[in-house]
Design a protein around this ligand. Structure first.
Ligand code: ATP
Ligand code: MG
Length: 776
């Protein structure tokens, strides 16, 4: 045991060892990408335990739950599983959700409060804007929601808002004088529904720790050692929680890299890292300089990029690793061709160099870019997995089930109720729902409570409909009785049958309908796994409420079991902290990356540059930067220029696979790294006659523009985003045409169309891959 610990410590370099060995006091580790910050945190925890610190007294906060799980399993290898199990580890949201449940009554919340996801929040905001009869073009729900989110993360409560003339003036100036009222309504509605949104999990924790000194003392005493990874991306709310909890023992260790701060747009505050020294007394500052992840070419190129930023801490990053291959730059004509280049490169690497799929990551600036990549990978039969975007739990058919389950746990949950009260159809129409909503607002009660007393309130609802409402209440109540004894799996199986959800889905025999049914089965499998896992722990039941807690905070990264071999596709934001042997940064074009929306100020541009730094430093061995000369954006083909970020890299680190001359067309791929020692005569055969496309285009025999026409898409290949999660009868919002009802859906995959009757403008047929529809 002791020897093993020593071995681990000896593997560290001297700079890394120091923060591991310092047991007490505040410390900060500031270091560039790949220098072992996360590794230091991991070993520090193991070493604390080795020195006799109780696992129950250690809290470590990570950026994803997946990161927490990985850390825990490494620590388990060193100190043993039974000890590691007791560590408090996870994201801010998951750790503090747990604490809030335990203390909910103090804040007037039920301990079974629901956690609203961003879809729930967005629907509620839309609903409130509608009820207040405000103009949706002025009060754009998404903007309103992100403003409210910023308030919360800066700890500006409704009360504080109304006491702050400057904030009110700012909203009035941007033609939204009623922002405060929306905020107030939103907060009241969430409270009435027994629901917290993501930001509440932090805001309410702060409230708890400020208003109840005895609670603060209790958790200060519990969390004697606190560790935070990716500290540069904590927001004000998170900062205050960490400060409060660590105030008593001051055993706080944060690690981060100011050059990787990429969440300012969501309220992350880089000053948290810059001011750490001022916040505590006798802070030890450690710097790590040696990068272990990447080749010299990558490390040095990344250094030259971040050098262009003015706001930064001076840091040295070097590596003893090989120079490695240069960063490869590739230009293509269209985004479709870009996808084919990436897919064929992966294909060849696998063929000639026995690479695994999981050694590749494709990183992009926006989720929309994944489609061209998916198309190309599918054509090459390369398994992939998309992280982010529409996750499994956000698919419509899955959410329908989850809404029922949420309602059982917390019948006040208004978002859940409005989604399922008439699905499957049971004759409770919108007019009835409107009346119930009005009554609920009026009495400041949940809709479910109004329904329970429907016979005592005069809402001009017919006796027939009242019966239907009562039946619904009875059904949910009967589920609640079962929930006392059954596990999550038994409950879900029962609910999907008894509500008619399964029967409803079975009616649809189209491939999409069958895929939806399969998804429900997949959900049941997942729940079975969950309950069986839970039941192995000291006689636990694997109750529904526990399962829902897991799901509410699951991100896509979390579901990654890591045991299947797939290419990873994700936004750069999601890739933070991860590493892959080969990384493709695609869509390296002006206005896309850096994003057109983030070039107005120097600080925005610097954040984009940090994002590029994050992207490039994910690569261990080989990085590709690819761009297209034209690309479909918002349904239009637009011309694009290569990103300034490519130019910012010194040429000595780059290898142009296609000449950077934009007049040059169709250059064959002769890639010595891929082919190794190849017969030159064969290469010559590949040289194109004028106008002939290169080999990788020929393989697919598909003309450029037609590539976007896809065959029917099944959902078997990872998380396909081609299933738009829409169904007939849904009310949707379109950016230009406004509100409408889906009358019909036809086609499949990229050709899927919806016929929509818009309130203004009549019936229109829209291609779903271009129509940005928001389900209301
Ligand atoms: P990021 O800033 O991207 O989060 P990081 O600073 O957290 O990076 P780690 O992920 O901890 O860096 O380490 C990067 C890689 O280097 C990992 O694969 C890790 O195992 C390896 N590594 C770190 N320190 C050492 C070491 N002393 N010897 C060998 N490998 C190391
Ligand atoms: Mg890290």
């Amino acid at each position: 045991d002791k020897v093993m610990m020593e071995n681990y410590i000896n593997q560290l370099n001297e700079a890394q060892r120091a923060p591991v060995l310092q047991k007490d006091g505040p410390m900060i580790v500031i270091a560039g990408a790949g220098s072992g910050k996360t590794r230091v945190l991991t070993l520090r925890i193991a070493y604390l335990m080795h020195q006799g610190v109780d696992a129950f007294n250690i809290l470590s906060l990570t950026f994803t739950n997946k990161a927490a799980r990985e850390m825990k399993s490494r620590i388990a290898q060193i100190v043993g599983n039974s000890e590691a199990k007791n560590l408090w580890m996870g994201t801010f949201h998951s750790v503090f959700a747990k604490i809030l449940r335990a203390e909910a009554d103090k804040l007037g919340y039920p301990s079974n409060f629901t956690i609203y996801d961003s879809q729930d929040s967005a629907r509620l905001i839309s609903q409130i804007i509608k009820e207040m009869q405000l103009d949706r073009d002025v009060y754009k729900p998404k903007q309103v929601l992100s403003r409210i989110s910023n308030f919360k993360n800066s700890l500006i409560t409704v009360k504080a808002y109304f006491e702050n003339p400057e904030l009110q003036e700012a909203d009035a100036m941007s033609k939204k004088p009623r922002m405060g009222e929306i905020y107030q309504n939103y907060v009241e509605r969430c409270f009435k529904s027994g629901a917290m949104d993501f930001d509440d999990l932090l805001l309410k924790t702060n409230e708890l720790l400020t208003r109840f000194p005895e609670v603060l003392m209790k958790y200060q005493d519990r969390f004697r050692y606190i560790l935070v990874d990716e500290y540069q991306d904590t927001n004000h709310s998170q900062y205050l929680i960490v400060r409060a909890l660590s105030d008593r023992f001051q055993n706080i260790c944060v690690v981060g890299d100011d050059a990787q701060s990429i969440y300012a747009f969501r309220g992350a505050n880089i000053n948290n890292i810059l001011n750490f020294q001022k916040d505590y007394e006798n802070v030890q500052t450690y710097r790590l300089e040696q990068n272990y992840r990447s080749t010299k070419n990558i490390v040095e190129a990344a250094n030259t990029i971040i050098d262009k930023n003015k706001v930064k801490l001076d840091k040295v990053v070097w590596t003893a690793n090989d120079f490695g291959p240069k960063i490869k730059v590739h230009r293509s004509l269209t985004d479709g061709e870009e996808g084919r280049f990436v897919a064929s490169t992966i294909f060849e690497e696998k063929m000639y160099n026995q690479k695994m799929n999981s050694e590749f990551a494709i990183l992009y600036r926006t989720n929309a870019q994944s489609r061209a990549m998916e198309d190309a990978l599918r054509k090459r039969d390369i398994p992939y997995r998309i992280y982010g975007g529409l996750s499994f739990y956000q698919r419509k058919e899955i959410k329908d089930v989850l809404y029922y389950l949420r309602l059982i746990i917390n019948p006040k949950d208004e978002e859940a109720l409005v989604r399922v009260i008439n699905y499957p159809a049971r004759g409770i129409g919108n007019t009835t729902l409107d009346k119930l909503t009005i009554a609920a607002n009026h009495y400041k009660r949940s809709i479910f409570e109004i329904m329970e007393h429907i016979d005592k309130i005069d809402l001009k609802i017919t006796a027939g409909t009242r019966n239907k409402l009562t039946d619904f209440v009875t059904m949910i109540r009967s589920f609640q009785v079962l929930d006392q004894t059954q596990d999550a799996y038994q409950m879900t199986e029962h609910v999907t049958k008894k509500t008619g959800l399964v029967q409803e889905l079975r009616k649809d025999a189209s491939p999409e309908g069958i895929a939806r049914m399969e998804n429900i089965e997949e959900l049941l499998n997942g729940i079975k796994d969950f309950t069986e896992g839970q039941q192995q722990v000291d006689g636990a039941r694997g109750a529904l409420s526990e399962f829902l807690e897991d799901v509410a905070l699951a991100t896509d990264l979390d579901n990654d079991t890591g045991d299947d071999d797939r290419v990873a596709l994700m936004t750069i934001h999601l890739a933070k902290g991860l590493e892959f042997p080969t990384v493709f940064c695609v869509g390296m074009e002006e206005d896309l990356f850096p994003s057109a929306m983030s070039m107005n100020t120097r600080s925005e541009l610097e954040e984009e540059r940090r994002l590029f730094y994050v992207a490039l430093t994910r690569a261990e061995h080989q990085a590709y930067l690819t761009y297209a000369q034209s690309r479909y954006r918002w349904g239009k083909l637009v011309d694009s220029e290569p990103s300034r970020f490519i130019e910012e890299i010194d040429d000595q680190y780059l290898e142009y696979l296609t000449p950077p001359d934009s007049n040059y067309k169709y250059k064959p791929q002769i890639n010595s790294d891929i082919f190794g020692d190849v017969d030159k005569s064969k290469l010559r055969l590949q040289k194109p006659v004028a106008g002939t496309p290169p080999a990788y285009l020929k393989d697919n025999a598909t003309p450029n523009l037609n590539i976007r026409k896809l065959k029917a898409v099944t959902t078997s290949g990872g998380n396909s985003t081609s299933d738009y999660g829409l169904s007939v009868g849904q009310i949707v919002m379109h950016e230009r045409f406004g509100k409408g009802e889906i009358l019909n859906l036809e086609g499949a995959g990229a050709d899927k169309k919806a016929e929509i009757r818009f309130t203004v403008g009549g019936i229109k047929k829209l291609l779903l891959r271009f129509a940005k529809l928001e389900v209301l």
